[in-house]
Write a protein that binds this ligand. Structure first.
Ligand code: NAD
Ligand code: UDP
Length: 318
């Protein structure tokens, strides 16, 4: 698919990933409608992009909607554990009812839909690294379940819409993504550490810090989403989109200290409940079928992220 003049609905487009994705779609000539209830996102994310090819609609995807479209990209859902656990019922409704509403809208208009799913569908994985064929190890009762199980249920509904109704559904399981533009109060590890280091505060390490994640720079994640949206013959398929460069939380803390030049302490805090111990994507499928792989090294990505946060904090952002 060439995005030029395509009518593209980006649900959750005022969030962190959304801001970067919408910018890229507009650069490629798309007509973009952002649907967002500004739960964790903000109109400021889209500042500078206004024009007659972008419209922004204040809408909660839990409510049905109808809008002519060629492609729907569903990013709507708080992604930070702090935010998705603050109102678990709303998180689950957003994931399940919101995704159902969007895929039904895509069906009515013969549109394609790309769903932002998550590595959290693998839970606390017993298989390492995680390939798309792995079923996961997920608690359906714990505090993360609203997000993990909500995303799993959304995958189920969308893939059944593909199998039963022939809707062109594509699923991206995003792994931890970071970069410029994350909200100052986002609550995820990279933004927390960068903000803390720049403010001269101790870095909050949850648990012993040996747990791992694999961090993908946001432009790489967006490239993966675009490749998935544009590719031919990918309907009904699921892809890991992430960077296999696996690091412990302690390594991230150390890197942030080095790159900010800030000699702050680390403060141990209790481990998060049901926190996955390890997380690393197997991206063989995305390499083969999308011709996609991440390009930005962690150190470079963190430097760009730190520069962005430094600028915003200096300008008084909170
Ligand atoms: P974010 O919280 O910055 O953005 C989510 C956006 O969705 C926000 O603009 C928010 O206001 C909007 N939203 C939330 N509930 C909504 C609702 N009911 N109706 C309409 N809009 C709603 O998160 P992000 O990091 O940009 O993540 C985007 C998507 O990617 C999410 O679906 C997330 O689950 C998925 N994802 C992200 C990561 C990551 O590391 N960033 C990893 C895995 C999956
Ligand atoms: N984490 C941490 N300090 C923080 C925020 C997070 O040690 O201030 C840890 C968290 O417990 C987890 C890892 O960093 O082990 C990644 O957490 P994040 O919230 O960024 O993403 P997710 O848990 O969804 O992968």
């Amino acid at each position: 698919m060439n995005f030029e003049n395509q009518r593209i609905v980006v649900a959750g487009g005022a969030g962190f990933v959304g801001g970067h994705l919408v910018r890229r779609l507009l650069e490629q000539g798309a007509r973009v409608t952002v649907l967002d209830n500004f739960h964790t996102g903000s109109r400021a994310t889209l500042a500078g992009l206004e024009g007659d090819r972008l419209s922004v609609v204040d809408h909660d995807v839990c409510a049905p909607l109808d809008m002519a479209c060629d492609l729907v990209i569903n990013l709507a859902c708080p992604a930070s554990p702090e935010h998705y656990q603050a109102d678990p019922l709303q998180t689950w409704r957003t994931s399940v009812f919101g995704s159902a509403n969007l895929v039904e809208m895509a069906q009515r208009h013969g549109a394609r839909i790309v769903q932002a799913s998550t590595s959290e569908v693998y839970g606390d994985p017993e298989l390492h690294p995680q390939a798309e064929t792995y079923w996961g190890n997920v608690s359906c009762t714990g505090p993360r379940a609203c997000y993990d199980e909500g995303k799993r249920a959304a995958e189920t509904y969308l893939l059944d819409m593909f199998r039963e109704k022939n809707v062109d559904v594509r699923i991206a399981r995003l792994f931890n993504t970071y970069g410029p533009g994350m909200a100052i109060n986002d609550g995820r590890v990279v933004s927390n550490f960068v903000v803390q280091a720049l403010r001269g505060e101790a870095l909050t390490v949850f648990g012993d810090g040996t747990q791992t994640r694999s961090f993908c720079y946001v432009s790489d994640t967006v490239n993966g989403l675009l490749a998935l949206a544009a590719g031919r013959g990918l309907q009904g398929q699921v892809f890991n989109i992430g960077n296999p460069d696996e690091r412990s939380v302690l390594e991230i803390a150390e890197l942030v200290r080095t790159l900010t030049g800030s000699a702050v302490a680390m403060r141990r805090e209790p481990a998060a409940i049901d926190d996955p111990r390890r997380r690393c994507p197997d991206i063989s499928r995305a390499r083969q079928r999308l011709g996609w792989a991440p390009e930005t090294a962690l150190r470079d990505g963190l430097e760009m992220t730190i520069a962005d946060f430094r600028g915003r904090l200096a300008a008084g952002a909170t």
